[in-house]
Design a protein around this ligand. Structure first.
Ligand code: CAA
Length: 379
């Protein structure tokens, strides 16, 4: 075993850290208050190579491994989880899905732009009545010979309005159940494609979350990903890797909250000394650091298994389950360590606490991760 990061890994980590501190931190409170999508910053992240990190350079990607992706996601998420969810969806759902299952034409037309962050993508699986129960798709994609006619509604779509390319999961043949589902690439400009209401959320308020409505949208057959009926498996395979992204996001939220708490505990005085000299605070810091280390190891293990072409389904579910749980716990303790200051926006930890909650919900709730893990254990 080797726990040492390579020079390249350290360079990626450092670049992401610098970008987060210099470019994301300054406006993050304002964007959270105003629910403003970090459009300019996402463009810069594209230029830095953060939006298509793992994509082959021949499709304009960074050609990096998943370990680099985990390291960068952690750094960006320490500061701005709204930016990092856009990064995660674009990298590990949209780009990865297209690169691994798309046709050469689809890669030329869509992946090359997505990998540069010139445009961003969205992954459209959830519906008003199909969240965890993802096979119950009500959106239909009727086979019309040379095209599909798509009708339905998608909910809680990350990058809902900011995206240009949408991977849409829809039911073509209900009699075949999940084997009758297709994954289709939609352009925002297609007739009948309507961006619905923007969600007013507890956390990741800078992230652009919308419902989408499709009314007789004509999607050419060449926009189908994989064979007829591959759509549900496409979604599952893609989410397996996506969960490494969200686990790393949760890790970053936790380590961001911890780093702020550690620094604050050395400055703030109570009862005649810095609060870091009180054992009550020391024990909190010890617990936080231990939980973060464990979460980081789970994320890196899942990334390593993916990079070495081994089964990473259980590992990615474990990483997401645990990292999201400790993101909640650590960020709550961070607010506690900051006391009254922790409850106000200026000190960042209350935002991190609000942002942490979604990591236990999206890309499969904690309960879904337990289903995935236990199924693997009992195989
Ligand atoms: N890889 C490949 N295939 C898989 C798979 C995987 N990881 N998991 C399941 N499948 C296949 C199964 O083999 C099965 O195919 P066959 O019948 O041909 O063998 C098929 O998919 C159906 O699987 P199940 O019978 O296990 O289906 P299920 O109804 O019991 O549900 C589930 C499985 C794991 C609960 C799944 O529904 C699930 O993951 N739900 C959560 C959905 C989710 O994560 N949503 C997140 C939305 S996206 C998002 O949040 C993005 C964002 O914007 C941030």
């Amino acid at each position: 075993m080797n726990f040492k990061l390579t020079e390249e890994h350290l360079a990626v980590q450092e670049a992401a850290r610098e970008f987060a501190q210099n470019e994301l931190l300054p406006g993050v409170i304002e964007r959270d208050n105003q629910q403003k999508f970090p459009a300019e910053q996402i463009k810069q992240m594209g230029e830095l190579g953060l939006m298509g990190m793992m994509v082959d350079p021949k499709y304009n990607g960074g050609g990096m491994d998943t370990i680099s992706y985990v390291l960068a996601m952690e750094e960006i998420s320490k500061v701005d989880a709204s930016a990092s969810v856009a990064m995660s969806v674009n990298n590990s759902l949209v780009c990865w899905g297209l690169e691994n299952f798309g046709t050469e034409e689809q890669k030329e037309k869509y992946l090359k732009r997505l990998a540069l962050g010139k445009v961003i993508g969205a992954f459209c699986l959830s519906e008003p009545e199909a969240g965890s129960d993802a096979t119950s798709q009500k959106t239909t994609a009727e086979d019309k010979g040379d095209h599909y006619l798509v009708n339905g509604t998608k909910n809680w779509i990350t990058n809902g309005n900011s995206a240009s390319v949408y991977l849409v999961i829809a039911q073509t043949d209900p009699e075949k159940g999940h084997r009758g589902i297709n994954a289709l690439i939609m352009d925002k400009e297609m007739d009948g494609f309507v961006v619905g209401k923007k969600e007013d959320k507890l956390g990741i308020r800078g992230s652009d979350t919308h419902s989408l409505m499709f009314s007789d949208v004509k999607v050419p057959k060449e926009n189908r990903i994989g064979d007829d009926g591959f759509g549900f498996k496409f979604a599952m395979k893609t989410l397996t890797g996506g969960r490494i992204g969200i686990a790393s996001q949760a890790l970053g939220i936790a380590s961001g909250a911890y780093e702020l708490s550690l620094a604050y505990s050395k400055e703030r005085k109570a009862f005649g000394k810095e609060i870091s000299k009180h054992q009550a605070i020391q024990f909190k810091l010890a617990d936080m650091a231990t939980q973060i280390d464990a979460a980081r190891l789970l994320c890196l293990k899942a990334a390593y298994l993916k990079d070495t072409d081994q089964n990473y389904s259980k590992a990615s579910a474990m990483a997401k389950l645990y990292a999201s749980q400790i993101a909640m716990e650590v960020s709550i303790e961070a607010v506690q360590i900051h006391g009254g200051y922790g409850y106000v926006k200026e000190y960042h930890v209350e935002r991190l606490m609000r942002d942490a909650k979604i990591t236990q919900i999206y890309e499969g709730t904690s309960e879904i991760q337990k289903i995935v893990i236990s199924r693997e254990l009992l195989k």
